[in-house]
Design a protein around this ligand. Structure first.
Ligand SMILES: Nc1ncnc2c1ncn2[C@@H]1O[C@H](COP(=O)(O)OP(=O)(O)O)[C@@H](O)[C@H]1O
Ligand SMILES: [Mg+2]
Length: 151
């Protein structure tokens, strides 16, 4: 599997910048990578995913799959975008074929990964987005908790 080389922490000061950082990060991804994208409501997880999609050659607009849970896009590498927010937990995800959904020949991005933590593969790449700054316009984007992948 390709090594992901991304600075451990970056600050974004706009939605546009978060998309660009997502795109930069997305360029280092390969089919089979699973990205667990954590952060509170409005942190910018979907923004960051839009950037990842751009890096994968996806031209279709990426929108939040909050209600559909899963959305798939065709690109140089396909993207499977999962939003686990509305799932009650891992059992719920398993019932909809979750174990297969977090594997496959595509890049998988999971928002609210804590909901399905036990089902994420061992080599999952963790990225956390935190709202910061006095006016709440800054975002701290960090790659976290992936020592076991050697990244
Ligand atoms: N630096 C920033 N990065 C990302 N989004 C930002 C930033 N500053 C403000 N925003 C706003 O925060 C919201 C992020 O929305 P979204 O990406 O859907 O969040 P999430 O998927 O984490 O719930 C958008 O309305 C966006 O315009
Ligand atoms: Mg979202």
């Amino acid at each position: 599997m390709k090594t992901v080389d991304y600075p451990p922490e970056q600050i974004s000061s706009s939605a546009r910048e978060t998309i660009l950082l997502g795109e930069e990060f997305g360029k280092s991804l390969a089919a089979g990578n699973v990205v667990a994208l954590s952060g509170g409501l409005g942190a910018g997880k979907t923004c960051f995913t839009k950037g990842i999609a751009a890096a994968l050659g996806i031209t279709e607009e990426v929108t939040s799959p909050t209600y559909t849970i899963v959305c798939e896009y065709e690109g140089f590498i396909p993207l499977r975008h999962i939003d686990a927010y509305r799932l009650s937990g891992e059992e719920d995800f398993c019932l909809m074929g979750g174990e297969e959904l977090v594997s496959g020949n595509c890049v998988v991005v999971v928002e609210w990964p804590e909901k399905i933590a036990g089902l994420l593969p061992e080599n999952t790449i963790f990225v956390d987005i935190e709202i910061c700054g006095e006016k709440k316009t800054l975002r701290r984007i960090r790659k976290t908790g992936c020592e076991h992948t050697g990244l």
